[in-house]
Design a protein around this ligand. Structure first.
Ligand SMILES: Cc1ncc(COP(=O)(O)O)c(C=O)c1O
Length: 930
C-alpha cells in the first residue's frame, strides 16, 4: 500500500510528512475525511458555546485539515478558492465560518452537486439541499444538466499562473457544448500519475511538454509502483520522452482516457511514430486552444455516444403504425385495456413506444447488423480491448453455446473444467465435441471447488500428445473468475498451453467478470488483457532469443524423458496463434438488463471461422431479440467507459470494508467469517504467500505482485461468508437474510453463502448487512447464554455437522468404455452426445431409486451404473453425473448426503436415470465391429 506520503497542502505550501490511506482508496476515504472535519469543527463550536476550552478541538481541526488538504490539489473541486477560505477561517480561529464551509464542502462532495451547481464553488453560499439526482429518475422532475468531468493538465508552467489558465479554458465554454469540464493542473510526471489514480472525474489528460519528472511530494512507494507496474522510472526516461512515457503509463492504468499532447517538437514526425500511439491527438503547443477544447469534448463524446440507444429513443418518438406481430409495441393494447392498464402504469410509456419487432426505420438487425447495432458492437470491442464484440440477448448461457458451436465440431476434443456452467456441457452435446474433463482443486471444507491448476491442464494436453490425439484438441474452456471468485492467470495459462499446441482456441467464461476490464487491478486477469499481452510479447523481437533459449532447454529435458510439467513453457513465435473468446454476462456486473451478454473475440484466425460463428449465432439467437436488452448493452458500455473506473474501484473498496468489518468484529466473527484468499486458494497456488487483503496482512504493492504472478488470486468482490459456526446451513441462512432483513444473496453451499458487491452497492448496503449479522450474532449469543447445557450441546453438534462432517466432493470418474474411442488411453474424453441421445429411446434407460439396495449391489459386483443424463444439484451447481459417466460409490455417497431440494436431472420419486447395461453392451459390440 502506498501509505507514507508527504504532499504539500496546496501547490505553493511547504511539504509535510504524514501517513494517509493509499492512493487507490483515496477517493473513497476523501468524503469520510471531510465528514470527520465537519464533526471536529462542530465539536469545537460546541466547546465555544459552552465556554469550555477550544484548544483541543481546534488543534484537532488543524490536524484533520492538514491530513485531507494535500490530496485536494489533485481535484478541481473544492479548488484553491474554497480551500483558501477554510485555511483563512482556521488561521483566524473563526469557528462559525469553519463549520459553514465544512458542511458546505462535505455535502457538495458527497452529493456531487459541484458537478452542475455553481453555488457549490462559492465560499459565501450556504450548504445546499439534497440534489434531485439522488432520487430515481421518475421522481427527479425535469432536472437535467450537462455531464461534468475533469481534464488533467500536466504543465511546466509556474503554479502561480494556473488559475489564469483555468479561467482561459472556462472562457471557451459554449452553450452548444454537450459536456462541461474543469481543469486540474499538476506540474510533474509523478503528480500526474497520482491524479489519474485518485481522481475518478478525470476523463481527458492534456500533457504540455517540458514538465519535470519528480514530484515535490515524498512518494517512495509511488515510485516503486511506477517502475514495477507502469514500466516507467526517472532514470530510464529521457527528458525528451517524458510526455510520451507519461501517456503510456496513464493508458496502461486507465486505458479509457483520452490523452492529448501539446508540444513544440516536430509534431508531424511525432504524430506518425509508435511513441504517439497512446495519444488521441498531438497539437503544436498552445496555438489551437479552441481546437483542443473541442477535441476534449469530442473524445468524451466518442465514449458517451450510444448508437443503438439513441436511435431507439428517436424511433420511440415517431408516430408509427405497426402491422407486425407485437401487440404491445406502441402500447395501445395496454393503455386502452380494461384489465391490464396497471402494466402501462408500472412500466411507463417509453417501454411500449420503444418496443418493436422491426429491424428498419432507424433500428438494426441483431442477426445481421449493418447499422447502429454494428457500430455499438464495435464500440463494445474497443471498450473491452477486443478485436470484435457480439451482443447476446439470451444470457451467457447462450453466448457460451454459440462459441462452443462456432469453434467445435464432432470429433474435436475440448479440455473443460467439469465444474463449469452447464451451458458448456450442453454446448458440447450440441456440437458433438468430446469433453476431456479436468478437475478444479476441491475446497471440501466449504463444499465447493476452486479452479483447475495449470499442471492439470498441461497434463491433459501431454496425455493427448502421448496418445497421438493432440491434433484433435481444439479448445481449452475455463471459467474466469469462478462463481466463488477464483481468478486464473490467463496470460500464463494460455502461454503454456500454446507452447504445447500453438493453435489452441480458448474460451474464457467471464460471466461474472465483465467489470474487470475497468478496474486497474482486475484487468490483468482478464482474457482480453491476456490476449493483448501475449500478442505484443510474441511480436517483440526480444522474445525470439528468449524462446530459442527455452527451446534448447526443453529439448534436452524431453530427450532425457523428463517431464515438462514444472517448466514454464514458451510457444514458438512462428507458429503461435492468439485465439481467445471471452463471454460476459453484462447483466451480472454492469448496468444491462437481465440476459444482456457479450462475446468478445481476439482471434488471429477469425476470418477463417467467421462464417461458422455467424451460423452458430443464428442457430442460438432468438429471431425476436429484445430491443431494450440491446439498448442496455449499449448503455452499459457507455457507463463503463466513462465511470467504470470509479464504480469498480468503489465496489472493491466496499468489499474490503465488509471483509475487514466482519472478520474483526468481536461479536459477528464468533459466528460468521468471510473466507480469506489464504482459505480459498491453497498455498501451492499462492506463491506470493499473501494471506488476506489490506493492512496488517498485505500492502497494495504486495497485492499487485501477487495478482501479477500467483497462479490463482481471489476476487475480493466475491465474498464467501462462512455461516456454519452459527449453526445455520447456507440455505437456511439465505432464507433468513431474505425474510427478516430484506437482503438478497447469491448462491449457497452447505456452510456458506456467497455475497457479492458490484457497481450498484453503496456503503449503506454494507451497513445493512453488517447490522443484520450483528443482530443474528447477538441472538445466538443470548440463546446460548439462556439455553443451558442442552442448548449448547445441540448447537455444538449442529455446527460440527456443518463444519466438520462435510461430504467429500466426487470427482469425474470416467466415461463408460462404450463411449470411448480408446478405453485404455490416459486421456478421459468421451462421446457424451451419443450417451445423451441414447436415453431419448425409452427402451435404453431405466430408473433405480437412490436408496435402493440394488444400487449398492451393482456398485459391489454388478454391471456398472452409467448415467443417462446430467445431474446437477443446486448448490453446489456442478454436474455430479454427465451422460455416459460411470457412477462410483463416491458419487452415490455424496448424493445420499445431499440435503438440497433442487437437483436438476433427478427426481427422487423415479430415482437415478441410468443407461441399461444391455444397451451399452450392444453398443460396445457394434463399436468393435466398426
Ligand atoms: C460461470 C457462469 N457462466 C455462465 C452463466 C450463465 O449466464 P447467464 O445467466 O447470463 O445466462 C452463469 C450463470 O450463473 C455462470 O455462473
Amino acid at each position: 500500500m502506498i501509505t507514507e506520503t508527504t504532499v504539500p497542502a496546496t501547490p505553493a505550501a511547504p511539504a509535510t510528512k504524514r501517513s494517509r490511506p493509499d492512493f487507490f482508496s483515496a477517493a473513497e476515504a476523501r468524503v469520510d475525511q471531510w465528514r470527520q472535519f465537519c464533526a471536529v469543527v462542530r465539536s469545537w463550536q460546541a466547546a465555544a458555546a459552552r465556554g469550555a476550552s477550544e484548544d483541543a478541538p481546534f488543534a484537532q481541526a488543524i490536524a484533520v485539515f492538514g491530513e485531507l488538504a494535500p490530496l485536494e490539489a489533485f481535484f478541481a473541486f473544492p479548488g484553491t478558492r474554497l480551500l483558501a477560505a477554510v485555511e483563512q477561517a482556521l488561521a483566524e480561529r473563526n469557528v462559525g465560518v469553519c463549520v459553514r464551509l465544512a458542511q458546505h464542502l462535505s455535502t457538495a462532495l458527497l452529493t456531487g452537486t459541484y458537478r452542475y451547481d455553481l453555488s457549490a464553488w462559492d465560499p459565501l453560499q450556504e450548504e445546499g439541499t439534497s440534489p434531485a439526482e439522488l432520487l430515481p429518475p421518475d421522481m427527479q422532475g425535469s432536472a437535467g444538466h450537462k455531464p461534468y468531468f475533469e481534464t488533467l493538465v500536466v504543465t511546466p508552467v509556474d503554479p502561480s499562473q494556473w488559475e489564469r489558465a483555468r479561467h482561459d479554458l472556462r472562457r471557451l465554454r459554449r452553450a452548444e457544448d454537450v459536456f462541461t469540464y474543469e481543469a486540474v493542473q499538476v506540474g510533474t510526471f509523478e503528480d500526474a500519475v497520482i491524479a489519474a489514480i485518485c481522481n475518478h472525474n478525470v476523463q481527458a489528460v492534456v500533457i504540455r511538454d517540458g514538465f519535470e519528472y519528480r514530484s515535490r511530494h515524498d512518494v517512495p512507494l509511488l515510485r516503486e509502483f511506477l517502475s514495477r507496474h507502469l514500466g516507467t522510472d526517472e532514470a530510464s526516461t529521457a527528458p525528451g520522452a517524458l510526455a510520451t512515457a507519461l501517456a503510456r503509463g496513464i493508458k496502461r492504468y486507465r486505458p479509457e482516457l483520452d490523452i492529448y499532447l501539446l508540444t513544440d517538437r516536430a509534431v508531424e514526425a511525432l504524430a506518425g511514430s509508435d511513441e504517439a500511439a497512446p495519444l488521441r491527438r498531438v497539437f503544436h503547443d498552445v496555438e489551437e486552444l479552441m481546437e483542443l477544447h473541442l477535441a476534449i469534448l469530442d473524445g468524451v463524446n466518442d465514449r458517451y455516444e450510444t448508437p443503438f440507444f439513441n436511435n431507439l429513443k428517436k424511433y420511440a418518438q415517431r408516430p408509427i403504425g405497426t402491422f407486425h406481430a407485437l401487440p404491445i409495441a406502441r402500447g395501445k393494447s395496454v393503455f386502452r385495456s380494461n384489465w391490464i392498464r396497471d402494466m402501462g402504469h408500472f412500466y411507463g410509456t417509453n417501454l411500449f413506444l420503444a418496443e418493436s419487432s422491426a429491424t428498419t426505420g432507424g433500428l438494426d438487425s441483431l442477426l445481421e447488423p449493418t447499422g447502429n447495432i454494428k457500430k455499438a458492437q464495435d464500440m463494445m470491442a474497443r471498450a473491452f480491448g477486443a478485436k470484435r464484440a457480439f451482443f447476446g440477448t439470451n444470457g451467457t448461457s447462450t453466448s457460451n453455446k454459440i462459441v462452443v458451436n462456432a469453434l467445435c465440431q464432432p470429433g474435436d476434443i475440448v479440455i473443460v473444467d467439469r465444474n463449469c456452467h452447464k451451458s458448456h456441457h450442453y454446448g458440447l452435446v450440441l456440437a458433438g465435441a468430446q469433453p476431456y474433463y479436468v478437475e478444479a482443486y476441491p475446497l471440501t471444507q466449504y463444499s465447493m471447488y476452486g479452479a483447475v491448476p495449470l499442471k492439470t491442464i498441461k497434463q491433459a494436453l501431454f496425455d493427448c500428445k502421448a496418445q497421438g490425439i493432440l491434433d484433435r484438441v481444439r479448445m481449452v474452456d475455463l471459467t474466469n473468475c469462478t462463481f466463488d471468485g477464483h481468478m486464473y492467470n490467463p496470460t500464463r495459462v494460455m502461454e503454456e498451453c500454446l507452447a504445447i499446441k500453438p493453435d489452441l482456441v480458448f474460451l474464457w467464461d467471464e460471466a461474472w467478470f465483465g467489470f474487470a476490464r475497468f478496474n486497474a487491478f482486475h484487468r490483468r486477469r482478464t482474457a482480453m488483457a491476456a490476449a493483448a499481452t501475449l500478442s505484443a510479447r510474441y511480436r517483440d523481437p526480444a522474445y525470439r532469443s528468449q524462446y530459442a533459449a527455452f527451446a534448447a532447454k526443453a529439448g534436452k529435458l524431453e530427450a532425457a524423458n523428463r517431464t515438462l510439467l514444472d517448466t514454464h513453457l514458451l510457444p514458438d513465435p512462428d507458429k503461435v496463434r492468439i485465439r481467445v473468446y471471452q463471454t460476459c454476462s453484462t447483466h451480472k456486473s454492469m448496468s444491462a438488463l437481465r440476459q444482456g451478454s457479450q462475446i468478445l473475440v481476439w482471434d488471429d484466425d477469425f476470418h477463417i471461422v467467421e462464417g461458422n460463428f455467424q451460423e452458430a449465432f443464428l442457430a442460438h439467437t432468438s429471431t425476436s431479440p429484445n430491443q431494450q436488452i440491446i439498448a442496455s448493452l449499449d448503455l452499459a458500455r457507455r457507463q463503463m467507459e466513462l465511470e467504470g473506473y470509479e464504480l469498480t474501484m468503489r465496489a472493491v473498496e466496499i468489499a474490503l470494508r465488509i471483509r475487514r468489518e466482519i472478520n474483526t468484529h468481536p461479536l459477528i466473527s464468533k459466528y460468521f467469517h468471510i473466507a480469506t484468499p489464504a482459505e480459498m486458494v491453497p498455498a501451492a497456488y499462492r506463491a506470493s504467500g499473501i494471506e488476506d487483503y489490506g493492512q496488517p496482512h498485505s500492502t497494495w504493492r504486495e497485492l499487485l505482485d501477487a495478482w501479477d504472478h500467483d497462479e490463482f488470486a481471489l476476487d475480493p468482490t466475491r465474498l464467501t461468508l462462512l455461516c456454519g459456526a452459527s449453526g445455520l446451513d447456507g440455505t437456511q441462512f439465505k432464507g433468513l437474510l431474505a425474510e427478516r432483513f430484506d437482503i438478497q444473496i447469491n448462491k449457497t453451499s452447505r456452510n456458506s453463502v456467497l455475497l457479492q458487491t458490484n457497481i450498484n452497492n453503496t456503503r449503506s448496503d454494507a451497513a445493512l448487512l453488517i447490522k443484520a449479522l450483528a443482530d443474528l450474532a447477538r441472538e445466538i449469543d443470548q440463546r446460548l447464554a439462556h439455553g443451558g447445557a442442552t442448548e449448547r450441546a445441540a448447537f455444538d453438534a449442529r455446527v460440527r455437522s456443518l463444519v466438520t462432517d462435510v461430504p467429500d466432493l466426487p470427482n469425474f470418474s470416467r466415461f463408460h468404455d462404450a463411449f470411448r474411442d480408446d478405453a485404455s488411453g490416459a486421456s478421459n474424453e468421451g462421446h457424451m452426445r451419443e450417451a445423451f441421445f441414447m436415453s431419448y429411446n425409452a427402451a435404453s434407460s431405466e430408473y433405480i431409486k437412490l436408496n435402493s439396495p440394488d444400487i449398492d449391489k451393482r456398485l459391489k459386483n454388478g454391471a456398472p451404473l452409467v448415467s443417462a443424463n446430467f445431474v446437477i444439484p443446486y448448490p453446489p451447481g456442478f454436474p455430479i453425473m454427465v451422460p455416459g459417466q460411470v457412477i462410483t460409490a463416491d458419487t452415490i455417497t455424496f448424493m445420499r448426503k445431499l440435503d438440497v431440494k433442487e437437483i436438476h436431472g433427478y427426481q427422487a420419486a423415479h430415482g437415478l436415470k441410468l443407461l441399461k447395461p444391455s444397451q451399452l453392451e450392444s453398443k460396445g459390440k457394434t463399436q468393435v465391429a466398426r
